[in-house]
Write a protein that binds this ligand. Structure first.
Ligand SMILES: O=C(O)CCC(=O)C(=O)O
Ligand SMILES: [Fe+2]
Length: 330
């Protein structure tokens, strides 16, 4: 399956009118929103497994790790007690948060795979972020590099641990579109990741293994809709443990989220977006509320409907209420 990984080059992404690729069913269905990547390093799944096993069973180290970032914690285990949230454990290791970990704790976690994981992510970030940004810049006709100067990135590990509060649930990760510019998802040998091709309604399973590159809301907005953002989810197979590692790349927090080149815009945006009043920091906060709810880490305020999905909320914000209403009625 991993052979798929090399069939589509980064440079083949782009709006439909600019691509003529018909190589495989999956890649032609998904273009231009997703592609497979030949990464410079393989994800260290044995180290990832050891790290999760350690944190799940060592209350002292997991508490100390979470104490480094008390507002949200780094190791999130809501799924152990919440049967309706995403049934996965996550470990969010953004470079900024890693710097907060004490030397003692870091040494303790090093014995359980932490350093291997961090070196992997650093190698992937150094090798792939500049090239992907430059390919995307060419496609969108804008220069994305100056909007990504501060390394606003996150290294996330996911453990679809079978022993969560709802062991039979297939809801590993609910449908959503990532907020940032792009995400690279590394999967172990277990299937589960599914994506929606732009304009089609069914879910398409992604073969396990390899690395998948997909784009988020910020890429869509900055490119004026020329880069598609991809909705995805993870289905869980009862009794099967699946591991994944994700590199999230977003623009700098103070970047105004509006089409950089208005004349080149392929879509209509809400007045709020066009005015440039929304920056990356605010957008992430608004969107984060719902994704933390989906992941079981935050509750919604009274009156906020839990049937409204994360993407519906954001679609209203990005495209405006009118376009949202038209689409749901259709
Ligand atoms: O585990 C995966 O394959 C994807 C996880 C994901 O989409 C996310 O955490 O945003
Ligand atoms: Fe995602």
């Amino acid at each position: 399956m991993a052979s798929c990984a090399s069939t589509v080059a980064v440079s083949s992404f782009g709006p439909p009118q600019e691509t003529a690729d018909t190589q495989s069913t999956i890649s032609s269905l998904l273009e231009p929103a997703i592609s497979f990547l030949e990464p410079v390093a393989r994800a260290p799944f044995p180290a990832i497994r050891r790290l999760f096993d350690h944190l799940r069973t060592d209350a002292r180290d997991s508490a100390s790790l979470n104490a480094t970032y008390p507002s949200r914690g780094l190791f999130k285990t809501a799924a152990m007690t919440n049967p309706s949230s995403d049934q996965k454990l996550t470990l969010d290791l953004s470079p900024k948060r890693v710097l907060l970990i004490s030397a003692d704790l870091r040494a303790s976690l090093a014995a359980h795979g932490l350093e291997e994981v961090l070196s992997f992510f650093s190698a992937i970030a150094a090798a792939h972020i500049p090239t992907i940004l430059s390919a995307l810049s060419n496609l969108a006709g804008i220069d994305l590099a100056p909007l990504h100067k501060s390394q606003n990135i996150n290294f996330r590990l996911c453990d679809y641990w079978p022993g969560t509060a709802a062991p039979e649930s297939d809801n590993g990760c609910g449908p959503h579109t990532d907020y940032g510019t792009f995400s690279i998802i590394f999967q172990d040998e277990h299937a589960g990741l599914e994506v929606k091709a732009p304009g089609s309604s069914g879910w398409i399973p992604i073969p396990p293994g390899g690395a998948v590159l997909l784009f988020g809301w910020c890429a869509l907005i900055l490119s004026g809709g020329r880069i598609h953002a991809v909705k995805h989810r993870v289905r869980r197979l009862s009794g099967t443990r699946r591991l994944s590692a994700v590199l999230f790349v977003a623009p700098d927090v103070d970047v105004a989220l509006k089409p950089v080149n208005v004349d080149n815009s392929a879509r209509q945006f809400s007045e709020l977006i066009k005015s440039g009043a929304v920056d990356v920091k605010w957008f992430k906060e608004v969107m984060g509320k719902r994704w933390r709810w989906r992941e079981g880490n935050e509750s919604l305020a009274n009156g906020e409907l839990d049937e409204v999905t994360q993407d519906e909320d954001i679609e209203k914000l990005v495209f405006g209420l009118g376009s949202y209403e038209t689409r749901v009625k259709a």
